[in-house]
Design a protein around this ligand. Sequence first.
Ligand SMILES: Nc1nc2c(c(=O)[nH]1)N[C@H]1C(S)=C(S)[C@@H](COP(=O)(O)O)O[C@H]1N2
Ligand SMILES: [Mo]
Length: 418
Amino acid sequence: MAIESPRERRHEEIERIVETKGGVRPTRDEADKYTVVGAAERRTFADWLTPIDAHFVCHRNDIPAADADSWTVSLTGDAEGSLTMADLGDYPTVAVAHTMECAGNGRGQHDPETGSVQWGFEAAGTAIWTGVPVRSVLREYGIDAPDGRWLTAVGGDPSDAEDVFARSIPLSKALDDCVLATEMNGQPLPREHGFPVRLVVPGWYGVNNVKWVDELRVMDTMVREDSLNRPGKHDFWQQVSYRIHPEGVEPDVHDTVETTDTWEQIEGAVEHPYTFDINVMSVIGLPDGEAPVTPRDDGTVEVRGVAWAGDDRVERVELSADGGETWADAELFGPDYAGAWRLFQYNWPAEAGQHTLCSRATDERGRRQPARIGGPADWRDALDDAYPWNEGGFAANAVEPNAVTVEVEAGSDSTSTE
Ligand SMILES: Nc1nc2c(c(=O)[nH]1)N[C@H]1C(S)=C(S)[C@@H](COP(=O)(O)O)O[C@H]1N2
Ligand SMILES: [Mo]
């Protein structure tokens, strides 16, 4: 579909989103191609639920003019049918917690720069998504076992580059915990988040969570060129973009992969990894470095933040107040749902002066966030202490770039001992 002035329309859209939401701000998009806004404040990461107002937005095309009365989701491939929103409304709903993180989160920390959207850590948020389990719908159409197949979800957003927004996830994941969501945090799904219906894939990178779903196709393989019965190019978002690879490489196209654990792929299971299950990550929410902090009477400052690890549990979070030289264990607390982040808390014995606070999380498989991002020449050699610099700047989860500089003022106790 040709669009007359996508660039201007997108800028207007970004302004509109920033204005109505209030808790987000635009992020630098080097190529000027995406509608992107991220959490405006670090303190967003000190609470478990991200209000819609502060939840980031990321998409490539214009938001489709969707009318819930006429919107349909076609079922194709091994399942054949068509669902109106009223049909979808006949199924019982469930609510799932999901930490949405754009696979490009942290891209701005790549040196040299990779182009595209220069996210820091602001493209992550946790919401409660209400909708119909994918398994309830597919069962009606005779699909009740994965059998190694894939589910491809296609967005109804008009494409200005011929590339249909189509993403495939294993049918096993789809039948396990994915939902066709129509509500976000108890509110009707906002248009920029996928109205009238989006796929929610708990614990998996944002890109898998297709907004404005208008087709669900059950297939033996991931989406490839010509997989779909519609015009346009089909495989860009699955097989080309959102792949992790060194500079100047064209990722090879796969029908299927042995593991959808992104970190296992990065460690070598797949030559040019796909961005599926989210890598272990953490962000400090408070103190946010915006103003000096004063220790409490006991001499400590509360450090609070969030840590997540996709399908895996967060095992441990450590805090450093000296830029990563020494570490102490933080305490995990609060809601504990598969696919969503955990809160962490640390009572920091804070001395007056300036400090560099870092957090690092470890998942249940013992995989810990790397300290920094490597250089373009290193690729997988960077692993162990550095995240592999990759051409698209995907799935980075390094510790040091997310440090927060905090000024601690002398507390009442320390003044009295002077
Ligand atoms: N149809 C469609 N779905 C999409 C996208 C898109 O461009 N088109 N962007 C994806 C990407 S890259 C991300 S990070 C998430 C962001 O979801 P949010 O805007 O609700 O936070 O939506 C995903 N779903
Ligand atoms: Mo994304």
